[in-house]
Design a protein around this ligand. Structure first.
Ligand code: FES
Length: 97
C-alpha cells in the first residue's frame, strides 16, 4: 500500500520525499524523508516549524493556533508540527514573509 507523496523543498531545491501516513504530521513525515525541520513547542504555539504549502491541502484548526494568523495562512503558511496533510503535498520549508 502506498500513501500520497509529500515532497519537501527549500525554494526550488527538492530536499526529500516521503509517503503520508494517516494521523502523522508534516514534521513526522519530513523525518521519514530525512528532512530536518526546526521546531520548538511542537504544539502550534511558537511558529518555529512554519513552512509554506506549494500545492496540496493541509487542514488547519479553527480558530487558528497562536503560531499562525490570517495573513500568513493567505500566503500559504502551515505549521508542520500540527499540520496533517490530507493528500499529496509539496511543501517549501521557507516560510512566507
Ligand atoms: S514547533 Fe512551535 S508551532 Fe510548530
Amino acid at each position: 500500500m502506498s500513501g500520497p507523496i509529500i515532497r519537501f523543498y527549500r525554494g526550488s531545491l527538492l530536499l526529500g520525499t516521503a509517503e503520508a501516513i494517516p494521523e502523522h504530521t508534516l514534521l513526522e513525515i519530513a523525518e521519514n524523508a530525512g528532512v530536518e525541520i526546526s521546531r520548538n513547542c511542537t504544539s502550534g504555539n511558537c511558529g518555529t516549524c512554519m513552512a509554506r504549502i506549494i500545492s496540496g491541502t493541509v487542514p488547519l484548526p479553527n480558530p487558528l493556533p497562536p503560531g499562525l494568523d490570517d495573513y500568513l495562512v493567505e500566503n500559504g503558511a502551515v505549521l508542520t508540527c500540527i499540520g496533517i496533510p490530507n493528500g499529496a503535498c509539496d511543501i517549501d520549508l521557507t516560510p512566507p514573509l
